[in-house]
Write a protein that binds this ligand. Structure first.
Ligand code: ADP
Ligand code: ZN
Length: 707
């Protein structure tokens, strides 16, 4: 079973090895068992049902919540030569009828459906008359009311267990928490499902959180090293989204806005452009994201604070699905804290709900002020322990300077208290620094005992300190809208001198820092030209086929081409991500670009050598013949030769149905001793089997009999 799966992986998908739990999951489902798969974004969930779909008899039905997502998957499978379709409301009745017919005739391996469509009585009746190989329920957390993507239609998927008791079901999600997991099991009746829980670490993402100072300038600084990369910039409000998108475009960074206030058409258009074009920046509210499967999003930047670590993890997780280096960057400041706390306070809902939300926000703030490894802290929140600091986040790379802020914090708290617990940070800092201005005078605050006691620290340091006091719950923000600070119960121990306070120092924003992220250095300087040539070709092919560029080849595959410099189709076949179908379709074109821009003449390749590699890569004799520009007959005889020389096994050379192979074997082995020549069998098989096939089978038998 696994061997077969491995072969499909190489031949169809072009990949050399399964990742993580993939092999175990595929084996479980292919053998007919249920599975619950929890895997982070980019972990490779699709293969977990696509490979079993090809291994099992019958139709695989994939439930997916979003049309865009389905279309992306169908286009990808189409490029791989796997017959897949999506039935959705955008199709005309005629088109739907035609698809139904193809399904009935067994011409389709994977059918993508929205949940509400699947559970229509007519659809269920239709499916019950067909051989079904498996059900895959993608984004399975949508069944959970606890999570943020709840979709009532998902609840109805529970009935599949009863209606199709013999059909294995696999549910997949990138949502990690225990409660959601249990809800999936219960509501989808997956009590017998084996659970596959992967690490939720995203090792290729570099995390950085900076103190917000001049956010636009900081963002430009971040983007400057990432010109030409696609990314998402999240902002809280629609207005800010619009303004920032316009600003970035002016600054020469092509950017599009996306938020719920835009018309449907415009949103769809912008989403399509983001997927299909390269190097676009999407400036968006959190309305944008779910169902964005674009694998080469190189960065996610937050200009406003997400309201929980769940949201932060999910939003940053949209970067680097392809496994190549990516960045999660965030600028955060006191205003964010104030804003979110106000939102929370004004939100509907009972006290219990508010407490939970408050708790989630506190966890988010703690990550911002974290002094240890960010990744360790983030994963710990999801109950996952990372043994060592990761070495791939700002805290690990830059180090964190902390200082004993006990005394300063006391002064700050005292300034809040003595001025009456109603003023904002600006005024409090003026008091501490002893600034004799109109407001201070007007209020008589120059007479306070704390007036001017804080001259040991600068304005920036005081602002940081106040932010940290709020983030740590030692001071509260007055939520009426003016941002005045009050003391919180939590500060008592500190005021009484019972505890000390250790805080992180903000790095000076103007200090130049080396970028630790490798995202911008994906391609070395001397490789730029060729990289662009490859991308141009990919873009052209994508346009011709009306698919996003990454459906032709993902960046990782282009990068491997660039580095391994294949000089022939057989070498090209070895590149990860180049399967038989794509090799046939695109191999030549990419080789030409590689060899042209390398300035090297294309080497004369040995036909035999080439043929062996192509066969190993899973090409059929007809495909090989086209590729090598010779006759099929010629290919068969070369294949037979290669089998005799033991360079190929029969299975590698040809894909013969078990039964037919048995029949041919019988025919050859019927006599006694010597294998009869092919000509002797030609009549028996006639038109049904090309003579070349007989030659190959004979060659294989010969090697077996003559070890
Ligand atoms: P998920 O749905 O879990 O976010 P995908 O199924 O979209 O992840 O896979 C993410 C990327 O990783 C895709 O580009 C996919 O082709 C690639 N991928 C998945 N499995 C493998 C593998 N075994 N080897 C190489 N690439 C893989
Ligand atoms: Zn770290």
């Amino acid at each position: 079973m696994l061997e077969q799966a491995q072969r499909i992986l190489k031949e169809v998908f072009g990949y050399d090895a399964f990742r993580g739990n993939q092999a175990a999951i595929i084996e479980r489902v292919a053998r007919g068992g249920d599975a619950l798969v929890l895997m982070p974004t980019g972990g490779g969930k699709s293969l977990c049902y696509q490979v079993p779909a090809l291994l099992r008899e019958g139709l695989a039905v994939v439930v997916s919540p979003l049309i865009a997502l389905m279309e992306d998957q169908v286009a990808t499978l189409d490029e791989l030569g796997v017959p897949a379709v999506a039935l959705n409301s955008t199709l005309s009745l005629d088109e739907q009828r035609e698809i139904a017919e193809r399904i009935r005739q067994g011409g389709i391996k994977l059918l993508y459906l929205a949940p509400e469509r699947l559970v229509q009585p007519r659809m269920l009746a239709f499916l019950q008359r067909l051989p079904i190989g498996l059900f895959a329920i993608d984004e399975a957390h949508c069944v959970s009311q606890w999570g943020h993507d709840f979709r009532p239609e998902y609840l109805q998927l529970g009935q599949l267990a009863e209606l199709f008791p013999q059909v294995p079901r696999i549910a997949l999600t990138a949502t990690a928490d225990k409660r959601t997991r249990e809800e999936i099991v219960q509501r989808l009746h997956l009590e017998n499902a084996e659970r596959f829980l992967s690490s939720f670490d995203r090792p290729n993402i570099f995390y950085r959180i900076v103190a917000k100072d001049q956010p636009r300038k900081q963002l430009l600084g971040f983007l400057a090293e990432r010109r030409g990369d696609a990314g998402i910039v999240y902002c809280m409000s629609r207005k800010k989204v619009e303004e920032l998108a316009a600003f970035l475009s002016e600054q020469g960074f092509p950017a599009l806005p996306y938020h719920a206030g835009l018309s449907n058409e415009l949103r769809t258009l912008h989403q399509k452009r983001f997927l299909n074009e390269e190097g676009l920046i999407m400036v968006a509210t959190i309305a944008f994201g779910m169902g964005i499967d674009k694998p080469n999003v190189r960065f996610v930047a937050h200009l406003d604070l997400p309201k929980s670590l769940e949201a932060y993890y999910q939003e940053t997780g949209r970067a680097g699905r392809d496994g190549l280096p990516a960045d999660a960057w965030m600028a955060y400041g006191l205003q964010d804290v104030i804003f979110l706390k106000q939102m929370l306070n004004n939100s509907e809902g009972d006290e219990r709900h508010k407490r939970i939300e408050q708790h989630k926000l506190d966890a988010m703030l703690a990550l911002c002020e974290e002094t240890r490894c960010r990744r360790q802290a983030l994963l710990a929140y999801f109950d996952e322990e990372l043994a060592k600091p990761c070495g791939h986040c700002d805290n690990c790379v830059d180090g964190v300077q902390t200082w004993d802020a006990t005394e300063a914090a006391r002064q700050a708290l005292s300034a809040i208290y003595r001025s009456g617990q109603r003023y904002g940070v600006g005024h409090l800092v003026d008091i501490l620094l002893g600034r004799d201005n109109d407001k201070v005078r007007g209020l008589g605050h120059q007479h306070l005992s704390v007036f001017g006691v804080g001259k040991a620290h600068g304005e920036g340091e005081w602002r940081t300190l106040f932010r940290q006091l709020v983030a740590r719950g030692l001071a509260d923000v007055d939520l009426d809208g003016y941002g005045g600070l009050r003391l919180n119960q939590g500060c008592r121990a500190l005021l009484r001198g019972e505890v000390r306070l250790e805080l992180r120092r903000d790095l000076k924003p103007q200090a130049p820092r080396p970028t630790a992220s490798a995202a911008s250095q994906l391609v070395r300087h001397d490789e730029r030209e060729q990289w662009e040539a490859l991308r141009t070709l990919r873009r052209r092919l994508a346009e011709e086929h009306s698919v996003p560029p990454y459906v032709i080849f993902p960046d990782a595959t282009l990068l491997e081409m660039l580095r391994s410099r294949p000089r022939s189709l057989s070498e090209m076949a070895r590149v990860n991500g180049v399967g038989a179908r794509k090799l046939e379709r695109y191999g030549e074109a990419f080789l030409e670009v590689l060899n042209r821009s390398a300035g090297a003449p294309k080497p004369v390749t040995d036909l035999r050598h080439e043929l062996v590699s192509l066969a190993r890569a899973g090409m059929t004799p007809a495909q090989i013949a086209r590729q090598l520009d010779c006759t099929e007959k010629n290919v068969y005889s070369l294949l037979a030769e290669a089998i005799v020389r033991r360079q190929l096994t029969l299975e590698q050379a040809l894909d013969l149905p078990e039964e037919l192979l048995g029949e041919i074997h019988d025919a050859f082995l019927d006599g006694d001793g010597e294998l009869p020549p092919v000509a002797a069998l030609a009549e028996q098989f006639g038109e049904r089997v090309p003579q070349g096939v007989l030659h190959c089978v004979r060659a294989a038998l010969q090697t077996e009999l003559d070890p």
